[in-house]
Design a protein around this ligand. Structure first.
Ligand code: AMP
Ligand code: ZN
Length: 437
C-alpha cells in the first residue's frame, strides 16, 4: 500500500520532537487561557499563574479538568481569550446531552482547523480528482462547515448538500459523479435502504469512499455499509469543544483513528477515580486543544470511552491511534441492575443478516421492573402471510441478545423504513422510566 501525507513533516514527526512541540504549544495555550475569566480563577486555584509553571508535559496533571458544565457556566464569553472583534466564527454543540455549548474561532483558528481536516481526508487517499458530497448538517453543528473547508483545502469538488432528502442526494450523486460522501453511519444505512427501495443500481453511482462519524457505531455496522454500498468507510471522530471533525481519523489501514497530537494532548483516565489509566488501557478520553487561540480548553472530559493502540501504525504516522469509541461514560444504561451499553445491543443485531438498517432501544417501567424492548427493522421479504419465519427471527434476536447482555428483552420486528429516521444524530435509545429527583 502506498500512503499519502498532507503534512508529512508533522504526521511523521519523531515522538520526542512531537512531545517538545506539545510542551511549547501547551505553554502558549496556558498563557492564552490565563486571559480568560474562567481559567484565571481555575488555574490560579491550582497554583498556576504563568506558563512556565508547567515545566514538563507531566505537569499538565496539575491543571484541573474542564467539564461540559464548566463550559455552560462560562456561557457566553467566559472562555474567550482574544478580543471579541478578532473572533470570526462560532459553533455550538448539538446538545446531545442537554444545553448546547459554544466555541469561538479566530481567522487563524479556522485555517488550522481546516488544515487538520484536510490532513484526515487526504490521508484516506482522496485527491483533487474527487467529488465530495457533504451529507451532514450545516449550521451551528461543526460537521458541515468543518468538512466543507477541509475538503476545499484538499481541492476536491465540494457539494454542500447537507443532510436529509435522499432523493435529492441520489440526483446530485448521479449528476456530478460523487466519489466520496460524509454522513452519520445511520444516515448511510438509510441511504442504502432507500437506494434499494428506489431501484437505484449501485453501478449507476461512482461512489468509492465514505467518512462516517458524529455517533458511535460498531465494526459490524462499518462492514455492513462497506459491503452494501461497495465502498470504503473511514471512522471520523471529533467534538465541537475541540473544534469539531479533524481530531482523530482513520488512515488507509482503517484500523484505529490517528489522533493528531500536534493539535491535541490526549489522556485516558478512569472515569470514576479520575486517575490516569495505564498505557494500553481503556477509559475516558481527556483532551487539551493546542491549535485554537480564541477559546482554549484544557483537559476537557469528553466522556468518550476509548484507549490507544499500543503499537505504531504501519502507515508511518507517529501519532497514536484511538480504538473505535464504544460509548460514553455517561450513556450506560442500568436495566434491572445490569449495566448495558447501547453499542452492545447494536453489535448483536447488526451482525445478523436478516435485520434491517434501523433499530430503536426502549426502556420503560413494568411494575417495579425495567423492561427493555428492542425494535428492529426487517426486509420486506420477511413479512409474508406465513408468520413462522418472523417468529423464528424474533426468537433468534431475543436469544442472542440475552446471551450477550444477560437481560431478556422484548423484540419487535417492524417493516423496513417504518422506524423513525433522524437527519442528525440518530436517537437510538428512548428511556421512558421516570427519573429520580
Ligand atoms: P458534537 O460536539 O455535537 O460534535 O458531539 C461530539 C460527540 O459525538 C463526541 O463527544 C462523541 O460522543 C460523538 N462522536 C463523534 N464522532 C464519533 C465517532 N466517530 N464515534 C463515536 N462517537 C462519536
Ligand atoms: Zn495509519
Amino acid at each position: 500500500m502506498t500512503y499519502q501525507y498532507w503534512n508529512p513533516e508533522y504526521e511523521q514527526m519523531p515522538r520526542r520532537e512531537l512531545e517538545a512541540w506539545q510542551l511549547a504549544r501547551l505553554r502558549e495555550t496556558v498563557a492564552r487561557s490565563l486571559r480568560t475569566p474562567f481559567y484565571q480563577k481555575r488555574l490560579g486555584e491550582a497554583g498556576i499563574r504563568e506558563p512556565e509553571d508547567l515545566r514538563s508535559l507531566e505537569d499538565l496533571r496539575r491543571v484541573p479538568f474542564t467539564t461540559k458544565q464548566d463550559l455552560r457556566e462560562g456561557f457566553p464569553y467566559g472562555f474567550l481569550a482574544i478580543p471579541r472583534e478578532e473572533v470570526v466564527r462560532l459553533h455550538a454543540s448539538s446538545g446531545t446531552t442537554g444545553i448546547p455549548t459554544t466555541v469561538y474561532f479566530s481567522r487563524g483558528d479556522l485555517a488550522r482547523w481546516s488544515g487538520f481536516v484536510a490532513r484526515c481526508i487526504y490521508g484516506t487517499g482522496c485527491t483533487r480528482e474527487d467529488v465530495f458530497q457533504n451529507m451532514i448538517t450545516y449550521g451551528l453543528f461543526t460537521g458541515g462547515l468543518g468538512f466543507h473547508a477541509g475538503a476545499e483545502e484538499v481541492g476536491m469538488l465540494v457539494i454542500p448538500s447537507g443532510a436529509g432528502n435522499t432523493t435529492r442526494q441520489f440526483r446530485l450523486m448521479r449528476d456530478f459523479g460523487t466519489t466520496v460522501v460524509h454522513a452519520t453511519p445511520s444516515f448511510l444505512l438509510h441511504v442504502e435502504a432507500k437506494m434499494r427501495e428506489e431501484g437505484i443500481r449501485r453501478d449507476a453511482l461512482r461512489l468509492r469512499k465514505a467518512f462516517a462519524g458524529a455517533e458511535p457505531y460498531s465494526e459490524d455496522t462499518r462492514r455492513r455499509i462497506e459491503e452494501l454500498l461497495a465502498i470504503d468507510v473511514y471512522n471520523s471522530y471529533g467534538l465541537s469543544e475541540m473544534n469539531g471533525p479533524g481530531v482523530a481519523f482513520e488512515c488507509q489501514r482503517k484500523n484505529g483513528l490517528h489522533l493528531w497530537e500536534d493539535g491535541y494532548i490526549a489522556e485516558i483516565i478512569d472515569p470514576h477515580t479520575l486517575e490516569p489509566v495505564a498505557d494500553g488501557g481503556r477509559g475516558e478520553l481527556v483532551l487539551t486543544i493546542l491549535c485554537r487561540e480564541a477559546a482554549p480548553i484544557l483537559r476537557y472530559r469528553t466522556r468518550d470511552l476509548t484507549g490507544f493502540y499500543p503499537d505504531p501504525c504501519p502507515c508511518g504516522r507517529t501519532h497514536r491511534r484511538l480504538y473505535r469509541i464504544t460509548g460514553r461514560s455517561d450513556d450506560m444504561l442500568i436495566i434491572n441492575g445490569v449495566n448495558v451499553f447501547p453499542s452492545q445491543i447494536e453489535e448483536v443485531i447488526m451482525a445478523m443478516k436478516e435485520v434491517g438498517n434501523n433499530y430503536l432501544i426502549e426502556i420503560e417501567k413494568d411494575g417495579v421492573l425495567d423492561r427493555l424492548t428492542v425494535k428492529t427493522e426487517v426486509g420486506p421479504a420477511t413479512f409474508r402471510d406465513d408468520t413462522r419465519p418472523l417468529n423464528a427471527l424474533k426468537e433468534k434476536i431475543r436469544h442472542t441478545l440475552q446471551a450477550s447482555i444477560t437481560i431478556n428483552p422484548r423484540v419487535e420486528l417492524h417493516e423496513s423504513g417504518s422506524l423513525p429516521v433522524s437527519e442528525g444524530k440518530a436517537v437510538r435509545v428512548v428511556d421512558k422510566r421516570p427519573r429520580d429527583v
